[in-house]
Write a protein that binds this ligand. Structure first.
Ligand code: NAD
Length: 240
């Protein structure tokens, strides 16, 4: 479903869609060769390796074969380093989509206390770094945080990416806070998030829906990153 949605968006944006589907039993060498071929092709602006990979493959070393200028998922070690240093680079799509949502809703980040729950490489960690780059006072909470409720209750901006369905409820939220729910769960009654959104209506000032909130932004940012990557390739000194 994710791959089909991304491919459709690529075509709708007027970009060329190049899809390489390898067999389930593909070896590390075969996947590496496929990435290397796309990396060397001057007509390819962006490459993403759809995760998760089958167990016989080492995802981290395969991701790191993607050149930093074509890393439209922003997941290579080089892209993570540029983000950590606050330098120009391609950022992971889900957290940059959250930043776009905050911008478009006019939520100020400068000086705000932002709490991110979850510290994955894909979402939580880069999310905290992006908020820090936007001058938020940033706290990163995770499964070993001793008193999660006490931490989240101080958040002006609360971003939740734990993969635990319904973890966050009214007891975790400061009145007037902005709540961003990154989680996606399939339940018998439909898609739902990490936040019990229905219980927060009279507490949070803004809250993202699931589905239809962060999810579509992730794909939109993938398109934006691909355009940014193409500009970066053609104008390395002036990518903006
Ligand atoms: P992950 O499993 O890699 O990481 C989860 C993080 O949550 C970990 O850092 C862990 O320490 C933390 N955590 C787990 N239980 C916790 C608890 N009880 N209290 C505090 N922290 C806890 O997951 P991920 O890849 O970051 O994804 C998180 C969720 O976001 C999933 O539901 C995933 O499906 C969803 N997701 C959505 C999008 C999107 O486009 N909307 C993109 C990526 C992931």
């Amino acid at each position: 479903m994710y791959v089909a949605n991304k491919r459709r968006s690529v075509r709708e944006a007027g970009m060329r869609d190049v899809h390489r589907s390898l067999p389930q039993g593909a070896t590390q060498k075969q996947v590496a060769a496929c990435i290397d071929e796309l990396a060397a092709d001057p007509h390819i602006s962006g490459i993403l390796l759809q995760l998760p990979l089958p167990g016989q493959l080492d995802a981290a070393s395969l991701i790191d074969r993607i050149p930093v200028g074509k890393d439209v998922d922003g997941l290579t070690t080089a892209s993570a380093g540029l983000l950590a240093r606050g330098e120009y680079g391609l950022r992971p799509c889900t957290p940059s989509g959250v930043i776009e949502l905050l911008n478009s809703a006019g939520v100020p980040t400068k000086g705000a206390h932002a709490v991110v729950v979850g510290r994955s490489q894909l979402v939580g960690r880069p999310m905290a770094q992006l908020l820090l780059l936007r001058d938020a006072t940033t706290t990163l909470a995770h499964r070993h945080t001793t008193d999660l409720t006490a931490v989240t209750r101080t958040a002006d901006i609360l971003v939740v990416a734990t993969g635990i369905c319904g973890l966050i409820g009214p007891e975790h939220v400061k009145p007037g806070a902005t709540v961003i729910d990154v989680g996606i769960h399939r339940t018998p009654t439909g898609l739902t998030g990490d936040v019990r959104a229905g219980e927060l209506n009279s507490i949070a000032s803004l809250i993202t829906p699931v589905p239809g909130g962060v999810g579509p932004m992730t794909i939109a940012m993938l398109m934006a990153n691909t355009l940014q990557a193409a500009r970066w390739t053609h104008h390395p000194a002036h990518p903006h």
